[in-house]
Every structure is written in structure tokens, then in C-alpha cells.
Design a protein around this ligand. Sequence first.
Ligand code: ADP
Ligand code: TYD
Length: 212
Amino acid sequence: MLITFEGIDGAGKSTQIAKLVNFLTNEGVDVLSLREPGGTPAAEKIRTILLDNAHKVTPVGELLLFSASRAELVQDVIKPALQEGRTVILDRFFDSTTAYQGYGRGIDLALLQSIISLSTCGLTPDITIYLALEPEEALKRKFAKSSILLEFEGGELDRMERSGIEFYRNVQKGYQEIMRLHPERFVCINALESITVIHHHITKILKERFPR
Ligand code: ADP
Ligand code: TYD
């Protein structure tokens, strides 16, 4: 089974994934947790290029690099794990590309779709958990200082996070549109709830959808 988590930076994905991995492992489920971009030696190197402020990357270059990282991960790690019957949990997958490079950077969605199909070999999640949070709130959480959020001059922001608040609003709109088009696999959770409440929502939904 393939479970993916989506949402803008700071929505709480890694926090919830850590809790879910713990929960599923205690239930005896064989879980593999991965994040994108990254997950193989080559993909981790691509991650460095993508997030490093020292590099300038064009929108098309960005799309191809995220896709290259994904192709490595799908081929070398995700597919073999799924074939072994493991449950794979992914912190971001191709919906991030549609939201960030498509709706955020403005790359043509049809072109983008064919690159996604190529890099994933058509692999689709069984369920995608979207943590919904306003960009202002998400970035405030991540950097704890609201002044940084408007200026985007904080030294701790990576290359993607320096894209500006307007970019994040477009990414959020993108996610809303993707969810509207794929209600069969998306679950939208209000990420303003507490960490514990969100975790309980997630485990309840998984039990309902995938009873053993
Ligand atoms: P993401 O992986 O989506 O970027 P994180 O899980 O790293 O987000 O969370 C970003 C920050 O927000 C962390 O400091 C985390 O402790 C905090 N956080 C996560 N979930 C919540 C929540 N439900 N309420 C308040 N703060 C949260
Ligand atoms: P990361 O620190 O892993 O994410 P988060 O801040 O949510 O914990 O950084 C990954 C960044 O790359 C994040 O800004 C989202 C972006 N991204 C894309 O733009 N396109 C993609 O296809 C993927 C997978 C990520």
C-alpha cells in the first residue's frame, strides 16, 4: 500500500508521518517511510541542488530535477518495497509537482502530467492525506517569526521557501484543484487541529478505508 502526505511547507507532514509510522509499526505493519526529493544517493544529491540557495534554477529545470529524483526513488526503492508487500509512506509525491511547478511556477499542466507519468511509471497512491493550512500560518509555524514570512530574507529559508507568499497561495489553490479532481484518493484534514487530534483522524480514516 502507498500512502502519501501533501501540503505546503510547515503544514505538519513530517510530524504526522513520524506518529503514523510509530502507530503502524506497533500494529505489526511493515512500514517504509521516505521523503521527496531524496531517498537514494543520487536523489539526495539532486535534493541538495534543488534546495540550495547558491543555485539559481529555472522552473523547467526545477520540474526536471524533482522528476529525476522521483524516477530514481520509484524505480530503486518504492516499487521493490511495494512488491515485497511493505506499506510505503511518502512525504510528498507527484501532487507536489502539480501544485508547486504547475500551479506555483505556472508550467503547462498537460506537459507536466506526461513528465509525471514518465517519472512514476504510472504509480498512484492508494490514499493521499492533505494537511490544509493557510500559507501564512504554515510558514509562521516553520520559522516561528512572522516578520520573516513577509520578507523572506531569513537565513534559514531554503531556495523553494524563498519563493514568496504569493507563490504559496498559488500552490494552495493548486492543491485545492487537485483534490477536487481526485476525491477518490484524497482526504483533507484541517491542520489547525492539535497534533494528537490530527493523528487520531488519520488512523481512524485508515482503519475505515483499509480494514484488515
Ligand atoms: P512539514 O513536514 O509539513 O514541513 P512539520 O511536521 O515539520 O511540517 O511541522 C512544522 C512545524 O510545525 C514544526 O515545528 C512542528 O512541531 C509544528 N507542528 C506540526 N503540527 C502542528 C500542529 N498540528 N499544531 C501546531 N504546530 C504543529
Ligand atoms: P522539504 O523540506 O522536504 O519539504 P517541507 O518543507 O514540506 O518539509 O522541501 C521540499 C521542497 O520542495 C518543498 O518546498 C516543496 C518542494 N517540492 C516541489 O516544489 N516539487 C516537488 O515535486 C516536490 C516533491 C517538492
